[in-house]
Design a binder for this molecule. Structure first.
Ligand code: URA
Length: 330
């Protein structure tokens, strides 16, 4: 059972280290690998600590009384499990106060809320802004991205997501932009698209740790839809503005081959619109002496409803990876 459920928590809390202890099996996530160890009985589990107190405080502070749906809460976490949850002791009181707290929120002076939002934006606007001076290292790029104000995307993103991989990697992979999980964790390709890419790496026998993985755009562009944040494709101006970062990564890493995943990355790498299905499989000479290749984006495969089309697309990604690796001499 835990082997089946642990990957859900791994994806949901990708940026946090955690362990799930059960009498049968224990799962551990260290933000990179999910491992399992034999079960633990209750007596061997450490007693509640200060972290538990911090957690209950956090839980109470993020509880939104205006979104209270007791039936949904019970559906997601049946009451029989509540006795194992330190925060569950707070729930009856939070439910009881919800109506009054919501009414207070509705009647609050809107200017207070506006002031808070504006204050938060101003605080973030105080971060040192990149001034266009060429970065001297990938580490510096990763820091400078946090102060990037080239477009407005930084306002709604949690953080800028830098590329990662060896500083002299012969093969660079460029995606479109960080997704929801990448935005939260600050690491490229760790969400569902990253999982699909990992599957293709496994199929093509490619070692991910030997590649430099990055994105054409460094902040997550999205729009809120209920509790979800829906991906929005960056526009031409945003891709162009972000290209400064990609060009600096290319200058520093000097890869032999750059594989662009999808149309946005192809536009950023090649500098003009490039139809993926027509152009894949043929190396394109780039200005910085690297060879460019294009292929389908893993998210495109995730969206394909037809299993046969998905399999065909996946095979293309694997073939294109093999070609890129070979061309890069990896
Ligand atoms: N999609 C991308 O293009 N890049 C990521 O890092 C994640 C999803």
């Amino acid at each position: 059972m835990l082997e089946k459920t642990a990957p859900f928590f791994m994806r949901r809390y990708a940026s946090m280290r955690f362990s799930i202890l059960t009498p049968d099996l224990c799962a551990h996530w260290d933000t990179r690998a999910l491992t399992f160890t034999p079960g633990e009985d209750r007596a061997s589990i450490p007693p509640p600590d200060a972290l538990e107190e911090a957690w209950t405080l956090y839980y109470a502070s993020i509880f939104n009384p205006a979104r209270l749906k007791v039936s949904m809460m019970c559906k997601e976490m049946p009451k029989r499990y509540w006795r194992n949850l330190p925060e569950a002791a707070l729930i009856p009181q939070l439910i009881e106060q919800a109506a009054a707290r919501t009414a207070a929120m509705v009647h609050a002076d809107p200017s207070q809320t506006q002031r808070k939002v504006a204050g938060r934006a101003a605080a973030r606007a105080d971060l040192p802004v990149d001034d266009g001076e060429a970065p001297g290292s990938l580490k510096q790029i990763a820091q400078m991205i946090q102060g990037c104000r080239r477009r407005d995307l930084w306002r709604d993103a949690t953080q800028g997501v830098p590329g990662e991989g060896p500083s002299q990697a012969p093969l660079m992979l460029v995606g479109e932009q960080p997704g929801d999980q990448e935005d939260l964790a600050g690491r490229a390709f760790i969400g569902p698209a990253g999982e699909m890419l990992n599957k293709a790496f496994a199929e093509a026998a490619v070692d991910r740790s030997k590649l430099y993985l990055t994105n054409a755009v460094k902040h997550f562009k999205h729009e809120p839809r209920g509790k979800r944040r829906l991906h929005k494709t960056p526009n031409g101006g945003e891709v162009k503005a972000c290209r400064w970062w990609l060009d600096n990564e290319r200058r520093l890493v000097r890869p032999r081959v750059i594989l662009a995943l999808g149309a946005t990355a192809a536009q950023a790498v090649i500098g003009k619109p490039t139809p993926i299905l027509k152009s894949r499989g043929r190396p394109i000479q780039l200005d910085d002496q690297a060879q460019g290749l294009v292929t389908v984006h893993p998210s495109y495969l995730l969206r394909l409803p037809d299993p046969a089309a998905k399999a065909e697309g996946f095979a293309m990604l694997v073939d294109d990876l093999r070609m890129a690796v070979k061309l890069a001499g990896l």
